[in-house]
Write a protein that binds this ligand. Structure first.
Ligand code: FES
Ligand code: FES
Length: 208
């Protein structure tokens, strides 16, 4: 028995709606309420290593990809791309973050410091020099993130930012090896150069 025409139309509408739903589910996600797609780019202004940079990026681009793929600052490494390894650590307005977990579009007007901004081969940052002096790396893949984190850790200690280990604002901010390891625990080194990394950081921390 055939269905009335009105039922057939309804069925067609349902199928069409489902197809749109499937298509929508297959699209890349929208970001910040802006529809994703070819027109989903946003002008962006960043200060990177002291230099003013303007970009026009798809809203889904991470800060890590903006730095590496668009500004060609490949010193910042992509390890896991999921916030697990710390290889992508950079400083944003002086605070360390995992650049793979942050969208570039969220950083309009921010100051970003990458490993390229710390020193030059002929004039190394003290933390870079200490890493070399203490052999604080093997393959070197984690090293840019380790150095960015280490510089930020010393700034955090100086500013009295408590470690997650103590969670106590009143706790004295020292650089005991336990505290240092906890503060650097977001930076994984597959080569296991941890004790040399700790030596380098403690060396710099102990300088006047
Ligand atoms: S690449 Fe960002 S945390 Fe691993
Ligand atoms: S030096 Fe190889 S991963 Fe750290």
């Amino acid at each position: 028995m055939s269905l009335p025409l009105s039922h057939e139309i309804s069925r067609r509408e349902v199928v069409t709606a489902a197809a749109v739903g499937v298509a929508a589910a297959g699209l890349p996600p929208a970001v910040g309420g802006q529809a994703a797609g070819s027109s989903g780019s946003l002008p962006l202004s960043l200060t990177v290593n002291g230099e003013h940079r303007r970009l026009d990026l798809d809203t889904r681009v991470t800060l890590l990809d903006a730095l590496r793929e668009h500004l060609h600052l490949t010193g910042t490494k992509k390890g896991c791309d999921h916030g697990h390894c710390g290889a992508c650590t950079v400083l944003v307005n002086g605070v360390r973050i995992n650049a793979c977990l942050s969208l570039a579009a969220m950083h309009d007007g921010d100051e970003v410091t990458t490993i390229e901004g710390f020193g030059r081969p002929d004039r190394l940052h003290p933390m870079q020099a200490a890493f070399i002096a203490h052999d604080a790396f093997q393959c070197g893949y984690c090293t840019p993130g380790q150095i960015c984190s280490a510089v930020a850790v010393l700034a955090e200690i100086e500013a009295g930012v408590p470690s997650h280990a103590t969670g106590d604002l009143a706790a004295p901010m020292t650089l005991s090896s336990g505290e240092l390891r906890e503060r650097m625990s977001g930076n994984i080194c597959r080569c296991g150069a941890y004790s040399n990394i700790a030596d380098a950081v403690v060396d710099v921390a102990g300088r006047p």
